[in-house]
Design a protein around this ligand. Structure first.
Ligand SMILES: *Cc1c(COP(=O)(O)O)cnc(C)c1O
Length: 381
């Protein structure tokens, strides 16, 4: 028997997918929406209709299932659609625990859905003790964790939350978009489901909107419900997007390892500068959650960091305005570096410090990124 492949090898080779007619060494693109039956009505290709199953999904789903160490993976039309599918699979009256700080749009959607559909919702601080306390007060059906969380890059101890969930029969879902499976593997830490906005690091080229779920157990009723939700709710990914995503994922390791190395070097360098008030990066020993991050993240701390510029909103906006290589845009996980003033993006209810700039670090030359930040911090155009 062949030794099980390393994840790096598996994704570089598209999990063994080739174009079946020509043996071309890239997965095929499958635009068909319907599939022919044999005279005896059997389905030689296995698929009936493209909303039910589609060979276009296989390469990316196989890669992601292996990367996360799960039993099955499912692509969706967006990260939001993938997260929503898990909540739509719950039963009326189920209790759900969400963190205070998580992807803002998903929290807004869950709150509205919970009210209309009848879910009992509790929001807790992003630390494991707060989750355990909420579960001890009353068991829940589904618990949601996002770590590191935006924009302070707070770390939640997944193994500790998983323990608390197991003791009361709750299922744990982790939004693993920010670290990617390169740095964090929630299922190995005891989670039941992993969610991704594949729009971010998995695809990595800021040119596909996609989402994904991975499960530990295919027979889990929540998973079955999410599968039904994709098939009948219809938030399926298009075949070209699925193909682009698989293409992007083949370079996942080199992209995110390089971006994380850039981010770690920038965090150290910015931390030593007197014209930066504070650097928030889980890889820095000064980060309040560094110990948990060092335990649960392997091989790096990701490509996201924030700086407090000092001098209030005015200085933060001025620094941002002078940056040239760091492009002023939202989103994260792409090969290009981005900067965002979170407070003005999030609006009046934002908890983000007024002088906080969020950096999504790309794969550019480190020196170019330093030069850009240095010029902007020193007030030169
Ligand atoms: C972007 C993002 C989402 C939402 O995904 P979309 O693909 O934009 O729908 C969810 N969670 C996190 C952490 C994200 O960064």
């Amino acid at each position: 028997m062949m030794k099980k492949q390393s994840p790096e090898t598996l994704v570089a080779q598209a999990a063994g997918h080739v174009e079946p007619v020509s043996r071309g060494l890239a997965p095929g693109i499958y635009p068909a929406t319907t599939y022919e039956r044999d005279p005896d009505l059997s389905l030689p290709g296995g698929a009936v209709y493209a909303r039910d199953e589609n060979p276009a999904f296989d390469a990316a789903e196989d890669m992601l299932r292996e990367l996360e160490g799960g039993a099955e993976a499912m692509l969706f039309a967006s990260g939001m659609a993938s997260g929503a599918a898990l909540f739509k699979a719950l039963r009326q009256g189920d209790r759900v625990i969400l963190p205070q700080v998580m992807y803002f749009a998903l929290q807004v959607w869950v709150k509205g859905f919970a009210e209309r559909f009848g879910l009992e919702l509790e929001l807790v601080e992003n630390d494991a003790a707060s989750y355990a306390a909420a579960l001890a007060r009353k068991p829940a059906r589904l618990v949601w964790v996002e770590t590191p969380s935006n924009p302070l890059w707070t770390i939640t101890d997944i193994a500790a939350v998983a323990d608390a969930c197991r003791s009361c029969g709750a299922k744990l879902a982790v939004d693993n978009t920010v670290p990617t499976p390169v740095f964090t593997r929630p299922l190995a830490l005891g989670a039941d489901f992993v969610m991704h906005s594949a729009t971010k690091g998995l695809n990595g080229h800021s040119d596909v909107l996609a989402g994904a779920l991975v499960t530990r157990d295919k027979s889990d009723p929540i998973w079955q419900g999410a599968r039904e939700e994709r098939r009948l709710g219809g938030a399926v990914l298009g075949p070209f997007e699925a193909w682009l995503l698989a293409r992007g994922m083949r370079t996942l390791f080199v992209r995110v390892e390089r971006a994380a190395a850039n981010a770690a070097a920038l965090a150290d360098w910015l931390d030593a500068r007197p014209d930066v008030a504070r650097v928030l990066y889980p890889g820095l020993a000064s980060h309040p959650d560094h110990d948990v991050a060092a335990r649960q993240m392997h091989g790096g701390f990701g490509s996201m960091l924030s700086i407090l510029t000092g001098g209030g909103e005015e200085r933060a906006r001025a620094v941002k305005g002078r940056l040239k290589l760091f492009r002023r845009a939202t989103s994260l996980g792409g090969v290009e570096s981005l900067v965002e003033h979170r407070k003005s993006v999030e609006g009046p209810t934002s908890q983000a410090p007024a002088d906080l700039l969020r950096l999504s670090v790309g794969i550019e030359a480190l020196q170019d990124l330093k030069d850009d930040l240095k010029r902007a911090l020193e007030g030169n155009d």
